[in-house]
Design a protein around this ligand. Structure first.
Ligand SMILES: [Zn+2]
Ligand SMILES: [Zn+2]
Length: 402
């Protein structure tokens, strides 16, 4: 059978544009939140007394400090799904270009507190704050669904409550030598807040081709007579090969303006127990969204963490006694990410005009921070040390003389 008029090949159906995972608004699940449509904000008024509910880490419920009323969470439970980084960033760029201004809009926004009428502004990447006049916790409701922002995918809810956080920070401060007394009485001069910080976590499967050299040790006997001894030397053999790596939850902080080293030192976090994002976990706490997006944090942070790990896999693969790594070429079979909110208690103490930050991991209680040094205490200690040395010298001289 001949086919004189070959049929044109069917047009490939374009793959459906992957949509970023949007969680159903938990409002549909009998969320006790009150949404202020004009202000695009969200509060959690107590149904019994009208004060505010907060997410209570101790009981993992919504609770009212004023009347003691509590409610169970209605946030969906489950696991956090990750999205392909390339697709998500491509879609984000398209949504930004199609947006009103063709560029990301400013995050800063002023809202009117629906409790007292006072104006408060959300600066930078802050998405949940407290009204400065009446302390009502207010969440922005317009960012999670904003087309020109990556959505929050998951959250590790606070487990360390305020009194436990105070105990942890007291212990840390009291164990610091030479801290000024004023710093130790931080309760009067510092601010202590619970805040969710933004992170990106990455999964990846990589394949890496490499060249290098394997060094093998051998010993030779050198020298004559009394100088005769053995020396270790290395033979180098050229090698090449391929290694595969499987990365799970490579974590990168996404907020700027914080002490990066100390924030990183709060690790490890129990990332596998993160829950799908719900604003209920944020009730009564502060929260931020990312300052640097998932692509930036990958290029400036996660990629380096992965490269270090890949090099160590290459060294194992080369084997021998020593290794030299030459050319390395890595391709990513998969690269996915999720935006997570992680809980931190943050103590800020301004001492002699300088701010000092102390961070407490809101899940594990790990404390990391910087503190001032007391010049007076250090001077006293140095003086004391000198006196001790002088006495010891005198005693030694006297016993020798006697
Ligand atoms: Zn109440
Ligand atoms: Zn207010």
């Amino acid at each position: 059978m001949t086919d004189d008029q070959p049929q044109p090949p069917p047009l490939p159906t374009p793959p459906p544009l992957p949509q970023p995972a949007r969680l159903p608004d938990p409002g549909a699940l009998r969320d006790p939140a009150q949404i202020q449509r004009s202000e695009q904000t969200r509060t959690y008024p107590c149904p019994q007394c009208g004060a505010n509910l907060f997410y209570d880490p101790g009981h993992q419920r919504l609770a009212c400090r004023a009347c003691g009323h509590t409610e169970p969470l209605t946030a969906p439970q489950g696991t956090v799904t990750k999205r392909d980084l390339g697709t998500a960033m491509h879609d984000l760029a398209q949504r930004i270009a199609a947006g009103e201004h063709g560029r990301p809009r400013s995050l800063t926004r002023e809202v009117v507190c629906q409790n007292c009428g006072g104006r408060t502004s959300f600066e930078g990447t802050l998405t949940a704050t407290k009204c400065p006049y009446c302390a009502t916790p207010i969440q922005r409701n317009d960012l999670q669904q904003a087309p020109e922002r990556l959505p929050i995918d998951g959250v590790l809810p606070f487990q360390v409550d305020e009194s436990a956080a105070h105990r942890a920070v007291n212990e840390w401060i009291n164990s610091r030598w030479f801290a000024p007394r004023e710093f130790k009485t931080y309760r009067e001069v510092g601010s202590f807040t619970s805040i969710y910080l933004s992170y990106f976590t990455y999964d990846a499967q990589t394949v890496t081709d490499y060249t290098g050299q394997r060094g093998e040790h051998y010993t030779v006997v050198v020298g004559e007579g009394e100088n005769r001894h053995t020396e270790t030397r290395t033979n180098w053999w050229p090698v090449s090969g391929r290694v595969a790596n499987d990365f799970r939850d490579v974590l990168e902080p996404a907020n700027t303006g914080l002490d990066h080293k100390k924030v990183v030192a709060l690790e490890p976090w129990p990332i596998p127990s993160a829950q799908p994002y719900s604003p209920q976990y944020i009730a009564g706490h502060l929260s931020r969204t990312y300052d640097e997006d998932a692509q930036q944090r990958f290029e400036d942070g996660a990629r380096g963490q992965m490269d270090d790990e890949i090099r160590s896999t290459i060294r194992q693969d080369i084997g021998g006694d020593e290794q030299r790594v030459g050319q390395v070429s890595t391709s990513f079979r998969t690269l996915t990410f999720a935006q997570l909110l992680l809980p931190v208690w943050l103590l800020t103490v301004t001492f002699e005009g300088r701010p000092f930050q102390v961070f407490i991991n809101g899940v594990t209680g790990e404390v990391q921070g910087r503190r001032p040094w007391s010049k007076v205490k250090i001077a006293c200690a140095v003086l004391l040390a000198i006196i001790v040395v002088v006495i010891v010298v005198l005693v030694v001289k006297m016993t020798k003389g006697g």
